[in-house]
Design a protein around this ligand. Structure first.
Ligand code: FES
Ligand SMILES: [Fe+2]
Length: 330
């Protein structure tokens, strides 16, 4: 038996990236696999993104495969029933009457920063404040996004610890010195972090600063200042109970300086490598409810306590997990 289990829920509450705006054209229809569900994203006739449960309530066709946008709704490919963006059936082309209460689930959507976001709440609470706009997105002085994406076999609460675990930057990622950090997990469970560190690049160590800020459990933004100013949107969305969709979107301030461009490219390669190093750990580690920690490890306990606010339900099974196998239980 694999010594792997997570004594906490898979699905947090908040806004999560589900698409890039430029990949959902006019009339676009995309299947989504998020939060253990099959959903369908489409851009309605007014240009607004909408998200519905994917399976038509008539005879169950998945509307992400062959569904077509018609006005403010999505027409099922199987028998032509039309569902509007709020999930109401508005037309059955061959029938005199629409059955009473013909509805499917609809999901709150928000589009900003060239991204499409979905609101998820395990207990169905209304959507909270939308993700803030980032002025640099779409600006002439910045590059468009370079997009990276990974499917990671883990859970977000476990992966999130990485942001406050400053020691691993040296040992796993080969950062040249232990970074100086000012890491916090605020009362809302959002991790913020400021560090000055040297990044290892093929051109030698590059001094700079990294400032990161979370917005809910699924959205992060990192601003790197140094030879090349960079913004990285670091967004995670649960796919199912054992997988997370991780997207990095990089943009850099445009520069004519070739040396700066090359250092910027090297930094991007380094950040990609770091994520790939993290993934090997994420996919094979186990979660200790009571890890053995030393003072120098930093605010991991604080992250764990506060990040729970992003979840519905209790973490009561923690005690159970301790009895089951952690080394320091009792
Ligand atoms: S299954 Fe969708 S219209 Fe019949
Ligand atoms: Fe890492």
């Amino acid at each position: 038996m694999r010594e792997r289990h997570w004594p906490f829920p898979a699905f947090p509450n908040g806004w999560f990236q589900v698409a890039y705006s430029d990949e959902l054209g006019a009339g676009g229809v995309e299947p989504l696999e998020v939060f253990g569900r099959d959903l369908v994203l489409f851009r309605d006739g007014s240009g607004a993104p909408r998200i519905l449960d994917a399976h038509c309530r008539h005879l169950g066709a998945h509307m992400g495969y062959g569904g077509e946008v018609d006005g403010d709704g999505l027409r099922c490919p199987f028998h032509g029933w039309l569902w509007n963006g709020d999930g109401a059936c508005t037309e059955i082309p061959y029938a005199a009457k629409i059955p009473k209460g013909a509805r499917i689930g609809s999901w709150p959507v928000h589009e900003v920063n060239g991204l499409v976001y979905l609101w998820h709440h395990a207990e169905g609470e209304a959507a909270g404040p939308v993700p803030p706009a980032i002025d640099e997105v779409g600006s002439e002085s910045w590059t468009p996004f370079t997009k990276l994406r990974w499917k990671v076999g883990s859970r977000m609460y476990d992966m999130g610890e990485n942001a406050v675990d400053h020691v691993h930057f040296k040992y796993l990622h080969g950062a040249s010195g232990a970074p100086t950090l000012d890491q916090k997990t605020d009362e809302d469970g959002n991790v913020s972090n400021y560090s000055e560190m040297e990044m290892t690049t093929p051109k030698g160590p590059v001094p700079g600063s990294i400032e990161s800020r979370g917005f809910g459990p699924g959205l992060g933004m990192v601003r790197v200042k140094g030879v090349v100013d960079t913004i990285i949107l670091n967004n995670s969305t649960p796919i199912d109970e054992e997988h997370v969709d991780v997207r990095f979107s990089y943009m850099q301030r445009r520069t004519e300086d070739l040396r700066a461009q090359r250092i910027g490219e090297a930094m991007l390669r380094d950040l990609k490598k770091q994520m790939e190093q993290d993934i090997v750990v994420f996919e094979h580690k186990r979660y200790w409810t009571k890890p053995l920690l030393v003072a120098e490890d930093g605010p991991i306990g604080e992250y764990r306590r506060r990040a729970r606010k992003h979840y519905s339900g209790s973490f009561a099974s923690l005690e159970e997990a301790e009895r089951e196998g952690d080394p320091k239980s009792g």
